[in-house]
Design a protein around this ligand. Structure first.
Ligand code: IPD
Ligand code: CA
Ligand code: CA
Length: 263
């Protein structure tokens, strides 16, 4: 398989999809809810997913594509070449802010992440990586991440985990957010992964993410030496939803062992 050719193809497809999203703001956007009133989807999420899925199926009929809105394939194993697509990661930002959302794409071969892309659509910034070849922010190579002590770290975490909740011991989370330098929440897992990879934040923690949220970002994060696992410390698995943490080296073990206690 010619991964360089697929890389060029994927970049051009993502840019084309991003252009379509920017143009969509000239028209009225239809908003719907899914699992609950705050789980939003728009006609643009669906249109973009359909556009990318149709192209990939037409040009790579032997590949599988797994995507959020259901136009892709259902898979039960990671054998072969699998594309993981989130057409808009950060739909709430897309609707409310018209910025801070991304197209997220990861291409895996037999379960190994080979190519990863996070396209910040309104910033026109593409974070991308190919396994073993480093990670890039547009044309700029991203440096290897260095160790940062927790006291100097910015942690990406949603404020709701500081309040009592059913997923995690919030007293520990209070200790974590008190001890670190500061917290941030961008509302797009893909952008938060891109920010860890480019050193803009030092860790990102989530209680529930799907394969399309993280597949592309994991490839990028691993190229700069970030550590990504579930909150149980296991390698992220891409066949279902799970908890997730990605950090610069050094922080991962400390956060997991001292500050995370899942219920
Ligand atoms: C969501 C965003 C959000 C994260 C959610 C995801 P969506 O993706 O990444 O930041 O907290 O868990 O579902 O629905 O906007 O594609
Ligand atoms: Ca998502
Ligand atoms: Ca989405």
């Amino acid at each position: 398989m010619n991964l360089n050719a697929i890389d060029r193809y994927a970049k051009s497809l993502i840019k084309e999809a991003g252009h379509k999203i920017r143009v969509s703001f000239f028209n009225t956007i239809d908003i719907d809810s899914k699992a609950d009133a705050n789980d939003l989807v728009t006609n643009i999420d669906k249109e973009i997913e359909r556009f990318v899925v149709d192209r990939v199926k037409q040009d790579f009929p032997e590949h599988k594509i797994v995507s959020e809105e259901g136009f892709g394939d259902k898979i039960t194993s990671l054998d072969g070449t699998v594309w993981f697509l989130d057409p808009i990661d950060g739909t709430m930002n897309f609707i409310h802010q018209r910025r801070n959302f991304a197209i997220s794409l990861g291409i895996y071969v037999d379960g190994v992440g080979m190519l990863g892309y996070i396209y910040d659509v309104m910033g026109d910034d593409l974070y991308h990586a190919a396994k073993g070849e480093g990670a890039y922010f547009n044309d700029e190579r991203l440096p290897q991440l260095e160790i940062t002590p927790l006291e100097e770290a910015l942690i990406g975490i949603n404020a709701s985990w500081v309040a009592p909740n059913t997923k995690v011991d919030n007293d520990k989370i209070i200790q974590l957010v008190t001890r670190c330098r500061g917290t941030r929440s961008y509302g797009s897992a893909a952008i938060e992964l891109a920010y860890v990879s480019s050193g803009r934040i030092d860790a990102y923690i989530s209680m529930r993410l799907a394969p399309w949220d993280i597949a592309g970002g994991i490839v990028i994060a691993q190229e700069v030496g970030a550590v990504a696992t579930s909150l149980q410390g296991e390698a992220p698995h891409l066949l279902g939803t799970d908890t997730f943490i990605v950090t610069r080296p050094g922080l991962h073990e400390e956060i997991l062992s001292k500050y995370i206690r899942l219920k």
